[in-house]
Structure formats: structure tokens, C-alpha cells
Design a protein around this ligand. Structure first.
Ligand code: FE
Length: 205
């Protein structure tokens, strides 16, 4: 490993259960939906795995602050949804999306995957390795997410936000929600060796 991110890059994508076990409670509020937005990939990239820091065939990892994004996907009864499918897509460290509609597409970080997929484990846990998304005009930093139970069922499309971001106070999409709903879309962020960790649990209707 050749940089300060070595520890995060080495860390296994799924954690000891003790870190993520929460009491099941059927009354948990459903995760609010948000719009898909214009930047869902027009074509899914050849490398679409859960490690967005490394693109197959690219010699260097993504630029930006490494972020381990983990969470639990639960169904209506509060139980973890084994095998749930999760997709994320987001801007790179400069705020550029992997999408022809992005005017700065030619400047995007080729070392950042921009889109990834994961399948939840037997307890409903998922994990991605990505970066803190960069700013782009008109929005506060966010990660787009879509989750669907194994074998079909209604998909949830939403966006994940970060605590303490100044633009959270002026973001039209985030501010359009009641405070309680807004709070459900803000990840819990902590520092980890080599970067940050964001935890975001999902409750599907
Ligand atoms: Fe966006």
C-alpha cells in the first residue's frame, strides 16, 4: 500500500456484526424517497462493483476523501433484508458525474467509479467503498441510492446527506422535507483510519 489510505483500502467491506446490530422494531419510520435526479448512469460502467475507489484497469485510486458507506436494509417488519440490492451513484471529488449530461465530463476523475452495486448479506447489511462527494452547483453534497428487496418488490430511490454541511441549510430538495424526514436522510459520519465512515440504515416500505 502506497498512501495514507492504505488502512481503509485494506479493510474488509463487511464488518463484525457487533458494529451494526440494532434492535429490530417494526415501528421504525420508513426511509423517505427522493427524486432520482438527472445523473443515473446512461450506461452502467463495466466495473460496477461496491468498491468505487478502484476502477478495473485504472492504475490509481479515486481522488478525494475515502468514505466507507455501510448500513442495514430492513423490511416492513423490521427484519434485515438478506440479498437486498443496493445501487449508489454520485459526483467525484470535483463534483462531476459519470454522465454525458455533465458539462465537465471530460474532466472527471477516471480513477473514480461513480456508480456501484452491492448485495446485502444474510443480515441485510451492505457496504461500499467510495469518497465524500464533491460539490456541484445548486446542491449540497449527497449520494444517490436505490434499494430493492431480493426477488423484486418496490424499490426505494433516495439521497444520502452528510451532517454539518453548510449547504444543507439552503438545499432546496433537502429543505423541502419536514425536519423529521430530513433527519432520516442524514448519515452518521465518523473518522476512521485513512478516511471517514458513513452509516446509513434503510427501512423499506
Ligand atoms: Fe445529484
Amino acid at each position: 500500500m502506497k498512501n495514507t489510505r492504505a488502512a481503509l483500502l485494506r479493510r474488509p467491506l463487511l464488518f463484525a456484526p457487533a458494529l451494526l446490530v440494532l434492535p429490530a422494531h417494526a415501528q421504525a419510520p420508513r426511509t423517505p424517497a427522493q427524486m432520482e435526479g438527472p445523473y443515473y448512469p446512461q450506461a452502467i460502467p463495466a466495473d460496477a462493483d461496491a468498491d468505487l475507489l478502484q476502477v478495473a484497469g485504472q492504475p490509481r485510486p479515486a481522488r478525494g476523501i475515502p468514505l466507507l458507506l455501510t448500513g442495514l436494509v430492513r423490511g416492513p417488519d423490521g427484519a434485515g433484508l438478506a440479498g437486498a440490492r443496493i445501487e449508489i451513484w454520485q459526483a467525484d471529488a470535483q463534483g462531476i458525474y459519470l454522465h454525458p449530461r455533465d458539462a465537465r465530463l471530460d474532466q472527471r476523475d477516471a480513477g473514480f467509479q461513480g456508480y456501484g452495486r452491492a448485495v446485502a448479506d444474510g443480515a441485510g447489511r451492505y457496504a461500499f467503498r467510495t469518497i465524500r462527494p464533491g460539490l456541484y452547483p445548486g446542491r449540497t453534497p449527497h449520494i444517490h441510492l436505490r434499494a430493492q428487496p431480493a426477488g423484486g418488490g418496490a424499490a426505494l430511490t433516495t439521497q444520502i446527506y452528510f451532517p454539518g454541511e453548510p449547504r444543507n441549510e439552503t438545499d432546496g430538495l433537502l429543505r423541502s422535507m419536514p425536519p423529521a424526514a430530513r433527519a432520516l436522510l442524514i448519515a452518521r459520519v465518523s473518522a476512521v483510519d485513512g478516511g471517514q465512515r458513513a452509516e446509513f440504515d434503510l427501512f423499506l416500505a
